[in-house]
Design a protein around this ligand. Sequence first.
Ligand code: APR
Length: 228
Amino acid sequence: MGNDKKKIVFLTGAGMSAESGIKTFRDTNGLWENYPVMDVASADGFARNPALVHQFYNMRRADLLKAQPNDGHRLVAELEKDYDVYVITQNVDNLHERAGSSNVLHLHGELMKVRALDDESKVYELKPEAIETTPETIIDGHHVRPHIVFFQEAVPMIEPAIDIVKQADIVVVIGTSLVVYPAAGLLSFAPPSARLFYIDPNPAVVPNRVNVIKKGASEGMKELIKQL
Ligand code: APR
């Protein structure tokens, strides 16, 4: 049964979690400055040296356990009382969920999940007390890999994401450099009638019809709410 609430779709990237202390990828001292992306986050890298890839995601899980959602995550979640809120995130952290968002679609996978190497439908949530995996880890009788979309792999959730953006009354991009496709192309599927916003202290170039709020996620969300 549909409801009369307007549909607001958030497209979030690493900048959404920056104020929670999680490193972004392409800012100064970002993850890709310190780790060779094709060794730790690509299909070839995983085939070449799975132990290194497991180690990289173990480190990122450890960082995530120390992080808390920030005001930006919380303000997104609070909008659910007045809007039909959809969060489509490139982030693999669970900070949107922990802030209370109930409708989160992860385009690039989820850090706290692994899946069976021999059956990708078997996905397992890691417990906070057991976040480390190696190529030798066995869960439910299966060797596992990070439940992450590596570079060179398809983005299976892109179609559902496009369908959601096509129905939006409002689309809000937060904290992404808009350089990684197909995620970066989602904004172009917004209906001509939709209101578009982009919250980012160092925004990428976007079409003129997008209202750019040149602020961080938390301050930017406060500004957005004034304009809604
Ligand atoms: N608030 C909001 N945005 C911020 C903040 C902040 N406090 N700090 C930085 N940003 C912005 C930066 O200006 C930049 O536009 O966040 C963006 C981070 O860009 P990237 O590091 O490229 O992250 P993202 O766009 O999410 O990367 C996309 O690339 O490596 C892959 O799979 C990975 O999902 C990731 C994808």
